[in-house]
Design a protein around this ligand. Sequence first.
Ligand code: CDT
Length: 311
Amino acid sequence: MSDSRRMLRIGAAQLGPIAKDESRKEVVERLVALLTDAASKGVELVVFPELALTTFFPRWYTEDVSGHDEYYERSMPGPETQHLFDEAKRLGIGFALGYAELTPDGDRYNTTILVERDGSIVARYRKVHIPGHSEDEPWRLFQHLERRYFQESDEGFPTWKAFGGIVGMATCNDRRWPETYREMGLQGVEMILIGYNTPIHYAPDPGQNALQGFHNHLCMQAGAYQNGTWVVGVAKGGTEEGVESLAQSAIIAPSGQIVALAVTTGDELIVADANLDWCKQYKDTLFNFDTYRRPELYQRITNQKGVIIND
Ligand code: CDT
Protein backbone atom coordinates (compact mmCIF):
# COMPACT_ATOMS: atom_id res chain seq x y z
CA MET A 1 0.00 0.00 0.00
CA SER A 2 1.47 3.39 -0.93
CA ASP A 3 1.88 6.05 1.72
CA SER A 4 0.23 9.26 0.48
CA ARG A 5 0.97 11.27 3.60
CA ARG A 6 3.06 14.40 3.22
CA MET A 7 6.08 13.53 5.34
CA LEU A 8 8.99 15.87 6.09
CA ARG A 9 11.97 14.90 8.22
CA ILE A 10 12.78 17.98 10.30
CA GLY A 11 15.86 18.64 12.43
CA ALA A 12 16.11 21.20 15.21
CA ALA A 13 19.79 22.14 15.49
CA GLN A 14 20.20 23.52 18.98
CA LEU A 15 23.36 25.50 19.62
CA GLY A 16 25.32 25.81 22.82
CA PRO A 17 26.91 29.14 23.73
CA ILE A 18 28.78 31.26 21.19
CA ALA A 19 31.63 33.16 22.82
CA LYS A 20 32.09 36.85 22.09
CA ASP A 21 35.48 36.19 20.51
CA GLU A 22 34.40 33.16 18.49
CA SER A 23 34.91 33.94 14.80
CA ARG A 24 32.13 33.68 12.21
CA LYS A 25 34.21 31.00 10.50
CA GLU A 26 34.28 28.90 13.68
CA VAL A 27 30.53 29.28 14.20
CA VAL A 28 29.80 28.36 10.59
CA GLU A 29 31.88 25.19 11.06
CA ARG A 30 29.64 24.26 14.00
CA LEU A 31 26.55 24.83 11.86
CA VAL A 32 28.02 22.75 9.04
CA ALA A 33 28.78 19.91 11.49
CA LEU A 34 25.14 19.86 12.60
CA LEU A 35 23.98 20.06 8.99
CA THR A 36 26.21 17.16 8.01
CA ASP A 37 24.92 15.07 10.92
CA ALA A 38 21.36 15.93 9.89
CA ALA A 39 21.96 14.97 6.27
CA SER A 40 23.35 11.60 7.37
CA LYS A 41 20.04 11.01 9.17
CA GLY A 42 17.94 11.86 6.13
CA VAL A 43 16.79 15.24 7.45
CA GLU A 44 15.35 17.55 4.78
CA LEU A 45 15.04 20.78 6.76
CA VAL A 46 17.27 21.93 9.63
CA VAL A 47 16.24 24.82 11.87
CA PHE A 48 18.94 26.86 13.60
CA PRO A 49 18.27 29.33 16.45
CA GLU A 50 17.82 33.09 16.60
CA LEU A 51 21.10 35.03 16.09
CA ALA A 52 22.88 31.79 15.28
CA LEU A 53 26.06 33.42 13.97
CA THR A 54 27.09 35.49 16.99
CA THR A 55 26.99 35.72 20.73
CA PHE A 56 23.78 37.35 22.04
CA PHE A 57 25.29 40.85 21.77
CA PRO A 58 22.23 42.84 22.99
CA ARG A 59 23.34 41.96 26.51
CA TRP A 60 25.94 44.76 26.28
CA TYR A 61 25.12 48.47 26.28
CA THR A 62 26.70 50.64 23.63
CA GLU A 63 26.18 54.33 23.06
CA ASP A 64 26.37 53.98 19.30
CA VAL A 65 25.01 50.79 17.77
CA SER A 66 26.55 51.67 14.40
CA GLY A 67 29.95 51.10 16.01
CA HIS A 68 29.11 47.39 16.20
CA ASP A 69 28.38 46.47 12.63
CA GLU A 70 30.57 43.39 13.06
CA TYR A 71 27.57 41.62 14.63
CA TYR A 72 25.39 42.16 11.55
CA GLU A 73 25.24 40.55 8.10
CA ARG A 74 25.13 42.97 5.17
CA SER A 75 24.36 40.24 2.64
CA MET A 76 23.14 36.69 2.73
CA PRO A 77 24.97 34.62 1.86
CA GLY A 78 27.99 36.71 2.79
CA PRO A 79 31.69 35.92 2.62
CA GLU A 80 31.64 33.82 5.81
CA THR A 81 28.23 32.17 5.36
CA GLN A 82 28.75 31.15 1.73
CA HIS A 83 30.37 27.92 2.99
CA LEU A 84 27.16 27.01 4.86
CA PHE A 85 25.07 27.57 1.72
CA ASP A 86 27.51 25.57 -0.39
CA GLU A 87 27.53 22.63 2.01
CA ALA A 88 23.74 22.64 2.38
CA LYS A 89 23.30 22.62 -1.39
CA ARG A 90 25.87 19.86 -1.79
CA LEU A 91 24.08 17.78 0.86
CA GLY A 92 20.66 18.63 -0.60
CA ILE A 93 19.35 19.86 2.73
CA GLY A 94 17.36 23.01 3.51
CA PHE A 95 17.76 25.23 6.55
CA ALA A 96 16.38 28.17 8.50
CA LEU A 97 18.97 30.53 9.96
CA GLY A 98 18.57 33.42 12.39
CA TYR A 99 21.01 36.33 12.19
CA ALA A 100 21.33 40.09 12.66
CA GLU A 101 20.56 41.87 9.38
CA LEU A 102 21.90 45.30 8.39
CA THR A 103 20.15 46.54 5.27
CA PRO A 104 21.69 48.87 2.63
CA ASP A 105 19.44 51.62 4.10
CA GLY A 106 21.00 51.12 7.53
CA ASP A 107 18.00 49.33 9.07
CA ARG A 108 18.70 46.63 11.63
CA TYR A 109 16.48 43.58 11.99
CA ASN A 110 16.54 40.33 13.91
CA THR A 111 16.00 38.16 10.85
CA THR A 112 15.50 34.53 9.88
CA ILE A 113 15.77 33.19 6.35
CA LEU A 114 14.52 29.94 4.91
CA VAL A 115 16.78 28.27 2.37
CA GLU A 116 15.50 25.50 0.10
CA ARG A 117 17.41 22.34 -0.72
CA ASP A 118 18.77 23.89 -3.93
CA GLY A 119 20.43 26.69 -1.95
CA SER A 120 17.92 29.41 -2.85
CA ILE A 121 16.53 31.76 -0.20
CA VAL A 122 12.76 31.29 -0.38
CA ALA A 123 11.58 33.32 2.61
CA ARG A 124 12.71 36.05 4.99
CA TYR A 125 11.12 36.88 8.33
CA ARG A 126 12.00 39.90 10.49
CA LYS A 127 11.18 39.76 14.20
CA VAL A 128 7.96 41.59 15.08
CA HIS A 129 7.91 41.60 18.91
CA ILE A 130 11.17 43.14 20.14
CA PRO A 131 11.54 42.56 23.88
CA GLY A 132 13.68 44.17 26.55
CA HIS A 133 14.68 47.85 26.65
CA SER A 134 16.55 50.50 24.67
CA GLU A 135 18.47 52.42 27.35
CA ASP A 136 21.17 51.22 29.73
CA GLU A 137 19.66 49.79 32.91
CA PRO A 138 22.68 49.15 35.15
CA TRP A 139 20.55 47.68 37.97
CA ARG A 140 20.16 44.54 35.85
CA LEU A 141 22.65 41.67 36.18
CA PHE A 142 22.96 41.94 32.40
CA GLN A 143 21.21 43.99 29.76
CA HIS A 144 18.56 42.91 27.25
CA LEU A 145 18.96 45.73 24.71
CA GLU A 146 17.20 44.25 21.73
CA ARG A 147 15.15 47.45 21.50
CA ARG A 148 18.42 49.39 21.00
CA TYR A 149 19.97 47.03 18.47
CA PHE A 150 16.90 46.13 16.40
CA GLN A 151 13.88 47.76 14.81
CA GLU A 152 10.42 46.25 14.97
CA SER A 153 9.43 44.71 11.68
CA ASP A 154 6.27 45.99 9.99
CA GLU A 155 6.08 43.00 7.69
CA GLY A 156 3.94 40.86 9.98
CA PHE A 157 3.75 37.08 9.79
CA PRO A 158 3.69 35.90 6.18
CA THR A 159 3.66 32.24 5.21
CA TRP A 160 5.27 30.55 2.24
CA LYS A 161 4.73 27.37 0.25
CA ALA A 162 7.98 25.45 0.72
CA PHE A 163 9.21 21.99 1.71
CA GLY A 164 5.93 20.48 0.51
CA GLY A 165 3.83 22.47 2.98
CA ILE A 166 2.92 25.92 4.24
CA VAL A 167 5.72 27.40 6.34
CA GLY A 168 5.87 30.36 8.71
CA MET A 169 8.55 31.74 11.00
CA ALA A 170 8.72 33.59 14.30
CA THR A 171 11.56 34.60 16.57
CA CYS A 172 11.98 34.08 20.27
CA ASN A 173 9.72 36.58 22.08
CA ASP A 174 7.18 36.25 19.23
CA ARG A 175 6.45 32.75 20.50
CA ARG A 176 4.88 34.09 23.69
CA TRP A 177 2.12 35.97 21.80
CA PRO A 178 -0.95 34.05 20.63
CA GLU A 179 -1.45 36.52 17.76
CA THR A 180 1.79 35.24 16.21
CA TYR A 181 0.39 31.75 15.71
CA ARG A 182 -3.15 32.81 14.83
CA GLU A 183 -1.95 35.21 12.11
CA MET A 184 -0.22 32.27 10.47
CA GLY A 185 -2.99 29.83 11.40
CA LEU A 186 -5.36 31.96 9.34
CA GLN A 187 -3.07 31.36 6.36
CA GLY A 188 -3.23 27.60 6.88
CA VAL A 189 0.28 27.29 8.26
CA GLU A 190 1.55 23.74 8.72
CA MET A 191 4.93 24.34 10.34
CA ILE A 192 6.20 27.32 12.28
CA LEU A 193 9.96 27.61 12.73
CA ILE A 194 11.06 29.47 15.87
CA GLY A 195 14.57 30.20 17.11
CA TYR A 196 15.19 31.59 20.59
CA ASN A 197 17.74 32.99 23.07
CA THR A 198 16.03 33.03 26.46
CA PRO A 199 18.07 33.96 29.52
CA ILE A 200 16.92 32.02 32.57
CA HIS A 201 17.18 35.14 34.72
CA TYR A 202 14.34 37.59 34.02
CA ALA A 203 15.35 40.84 35.72
CA PRO A 204 11.92 42.55 35.95
CA ASP A 205 10.48 39.55 37.86
CA PRO A 206 13.01 36.87 38.90
CA GLY A 207 10.10 34.87 40.29
CA GLN A 208 9.59 33.74 36.69
CA ASN A 209 13.11 32.25 36.43
CA ALA A 210 12.08 28.82 37.67
CA LEU A 211 9.21 28.77 35.17
CA GLN A 212 11.23 29.56 32.00
CA GLY A 213 11.17 25.96 30.77
CA PHE A 214 7.47 25.60 31.51
CA HIS A 215 6.53 28.87 29.79
CA ASN A 216 8.66 28.03 26.75
CA HIS A 217 6.83 24.79 26.07
CA LEU A 218 3.45 26.11 27.24
CA CYS A 219 3.24 28.82 24.59
CA MET A 220 4.63 26.74 21.71
CA GLN A 221 2.48 23.70 22.51
CA ALA A 222 -0.63 25.88 22.80
CA GLY A 223 0.21 27.66 19.54
CA ALA A 224 0.64 24.33 17.76
CA TYR A 225 -2.58 22.78 19.06
CA GLN A 226 -4.82 25.84 18.69
CA ASN A 227 -3.79 26.26 15.06
CA GLY A 228 -3.25 22.65 14.05
CA THR A 229 0.38 23.14 13.06
CA TRP A 230 3.83 21.74 13.66
CA VAL A 231 6.08 24.02 15.70
CA VAL A 232 9.86 23.69 15.76
CA GLY A 233 11.40 25.58 18.69
CA VAL A 234 15.20 25.83 18.66
CA ALA A 235 17.38 27.32 21.37
CA LYS A 236 20.79 28.79 21.73
CA GLY A 237 21.22 27.48 25.26
CA GLY A 238 23.84 27.06 27.95
CA THR A 239 26.00 29.63 29.70
CA GLU A 240 27.19 32.25 27.23
CA GLU A 241 29.45 35.04 28.47
CA GLY A 242 28.25 34.37 32.02
CA VAL A 243 24.54 34.34 31.16
CA GLU A 244 22.66 31.07 31.43
CA SER A 245 20.07 30.54 28.69
CA LEU A 246 17.30 28.02 28.31
CA ALA A 247 17.84 25.01 26.06
CA GLN A 248 14.96 22.47 25.83
CA SER A 249 14.54 22.74 22.05
CA ALA A 250 11.44 20.87 20.98
CA ILE A 251 9.57 19.66 17.93
CA ILE A 252 5.84 19.86 18.60
CA ALA A 253 3.05 18.11 16.70
CA PRO A 254 -0.32 19.67 15.74
CA SER A 255 -1.77 17.81 18.72
CA GLY A 256 0.39 20.01 20.96
CA GLN A 257 2.52 17.03 21.98
CA ILE A 258 6.30 17.26 22.08
CA VAL A 259 7.66 14.54 19.80
CA ALA A 260 11.38 15.38 20.10
CA LEU A 261 13.17 17.16 22.92
CA ALA A 262 16.79 18.22 23.38
CA VAL A 263 18.44 16.73 26.45
CA THR A 264 21.62 18.84 26.58
CA THR A 265 22.38 22.55 26.70
CA GLY A 266 24.93 22.37 23.90
CA ASP A 267 25.09 21.75 20.15
CA GLU A 268 22.55 18.99 19.62
CA LEU A 269 20.40 17.80 16.75
CA ILE A 270 16.92 16.44 17.40
CA VAL A 271 14.87 14.92 14.61
CA ALA A 272 11.21 14.18 13.94
CA ASP A 273 9.26 12.83 11.00
CA ALA A 274 6.52 15.40 10.53
CA ASN A 275 3.33 14.26 8.85
CA LEU A 276 2.02 17.55 7.48
CA ASP A 277 -1.38 15.97 6.86
CA TRP A 278 -1.77 15.56 10.61
CA CYS A 279 -2.56 19.31 10.67
CA LYS A 280 -5.88 18.65 8.93
CA GLN A 281 -7.10 16.58 11.86
CA TYR A 282 -7.20 19.78 13.91
CA LYS A 283 -7.82 22.35 11.19
CA ASP A 284 -10.89 20.47 9.90
CA THR A 285 -12.45 19.58 13.27
CA LEU A 286 -12.19 21.33 16.64
CA PHE A 287 -10.28 24.28 15.13
CA ASN A 288 -12.26 24.61 11.92
CA PHE A 289 -11.89 28.39 11.80
CA ASP A 290 -14.42 28.82 9.01
CA THR A 291 -17.17 27.18 11.04
CA TYR A 292 -16.44 28.24 14.57
CA ARG A 293 -14.49 31.50 14.75
CA ARG A 294 -16.35 34.73 15.64
CA PRO A 295 -14.08 37.47 14.27
CA GLU A 296 -16.82 40.08 14.60
CA LEU A 297 -16.38 39.68 18.36
CA TYR A 298 -12.60 39.96 18.33
CA GLN A 299 -12.34 43.67 17.37
CA ARG A 300 -10.15 44.63 20.31
CA ILE A 301 -7.41 42.30 19.10
CA THR A 302 -6.53 44.67 16.27
CA ASN A 303 -8.13 47.97 17.35
CA GLN A 304 -6.59 48.24 20.79
CA LYS A 305 -2.98 47.93 21.99
CA GLY A 306 -3.01 48.12 25.79
CA VAL A 307 -5.61 47.21 28.40
CA ILE A 308 -8.66 49.46 28.83
CA ILE A 309 -10.62 48.71 32.00
CA ASN A 310 -14.33 49.44 31.78
CA ASP A 311 -15.94 51.69 34.42
N1 CDT B 1 15.52 36.88 22.41
C1 CDT B 1 14.35 37.08 23.07
O1 CDT B 1 13.39 37.53 22.50
N2 CDT B 1 14.36 36.77 24.38
C2 CDT B 1 13.25 37.04 25.26
C3 CDT B 1 13.79 37.24 26.63
C4 CDT B 1 12.80 37.80 27.55
S1 CDT B 1 12.60 39.50 27.48
C5 CDT B 1 13.95 40.14 28.29
C6 CDT B 1 12.23 35.92 25.28
O2 CDT B 1 11.03 36.22 25.19
O3 CDT B 1 12.59 34.75 25.45
